[in-house]
Design a protein around this ligand. Structure first.
Ligand SMILES: C[S@@+](CC[C@H](N)C(=O)[O-])C[C@H]1O[C@@H](n2cnc3c(N)ncnc32)[C@H](O)[C@@H]1O
Length: 251
């Protein structure tokens, strides 16, 4: 189980560093916007579910965007970008009925205890015929870190292949398109990888995570194992398995 307090706290803290360290997240968001664009008319109402710092405002789309995010710090950044935004949980959306012609939800669902509930909520607030573009991290993401961090693992679980499609269908969505992409980044050492994860708010949020393990000795041990098992020319690879979906609410 994720701790909702940790999600709110860590992403709020990361709001000021997120953009500078979230290049991969930016690419995923842009890809979601490209996926959704042909299916949503100019000036249509679009919900950015888990909007983060509101970078959708800079994707050159002409929609009337409303953002919603659990972290007040993220909401403040999105608001500063000119996004109409409200604080809220996408698993219990603060909208009474169907009012959006499109939904974008990029790299959010993996932080929820009840992603299926969020997919139902997104379906509920959409009008018939609306489209949704999603991106989630699937298994394989940070597999190197998971392998070397061992029993003390600090890597959150990711969706198994096909799981998000099944949940979307059960929530009433029709799956129109899917595709996956693996991105590999390279870090000088394990510390640099952890610093980046912290800067984007992606630290461990499991409610029963082990505490007090991030000592210099622990970090040195992880770095040495990582280097032995996966090091390439002195750098450490970190894999991200991105999975994109285009959904439609069938009338
Ligand atoms: C990795 S960031 C992605 C932000 C944005 N979608 C982007 O692509 O830049 C994940 C965001 O999801 C938000 N989030 C996590 N759980 C949420 C929930 N249950 N309801 C709303 N927002 C949530 C976090 O606060 C954070 O801003």
């Amino acid at each position: 189980m994720f701790s909702a307090n940790a999600v709110t706290r860590d992403f709020s803290r990361a709001a000021s560093t997120y953009d500078a360290h979230g290049a991969l997240q930016q690419q995923a968001l842009a890809e979601c916007a490209r996926l959704l664009a042909p299916h949503v008319a100019k000036d249509a109402a679009v919900l950015d579910a888990g909007c983060g710092t509101g970078r959708l405002m800079e994707q050159g789309v002409n929609w009337r965007i409303t953002g919603v995010d659990l972290a007040p710090g993220m909401c403040a950044s999105a608001h500063a970008r000119g996004m109409r935004v409200c604080a809220g949980d996408i698993a219990a959306l603060p909208f009474p009925g169907a009012q959006f012609s499109g939904v974008l939800c990029s790299l959010v669902l993996q932080w929820l205890n009840a992603p299926a509930q969020a997919l139902s909520e997104l379906h509920r607030v959409c009008t018939g015929g609306a489209s949704a573009a999603l991106c989630v991290f699937e298994e394989g993401t940070l597999h190197e870190l998971k392998a070397v961090a061992g029993k003390e693992t600090r890597v959150s679980p990711f969706f198994t292949q096909g799981a998000i499609e099944r949940m979307a269908q059960e929530a009433g969505w029709q799956v129109m398109q899917t595709h996956s992409r693996r991105v590999v980044e390279y870090y000088a050492d394990a510390r640099a990888l952890f610093q980046r994860l912290k800067a984007i708010g992606a630290t461990n949020k499991l409610a029963h995570r082990p505490r007090g393990l991030a000592t210099p000795a622990w970090l040195a041990r992880v770095d040495a194992h990582y280097r032995d098992a996966f090091g390439i020319d002195g750098v450490l690879p970190a894999s991200w398995q991105l999975h994109f979906l285009l959904l439609q609410k069938v009338i």
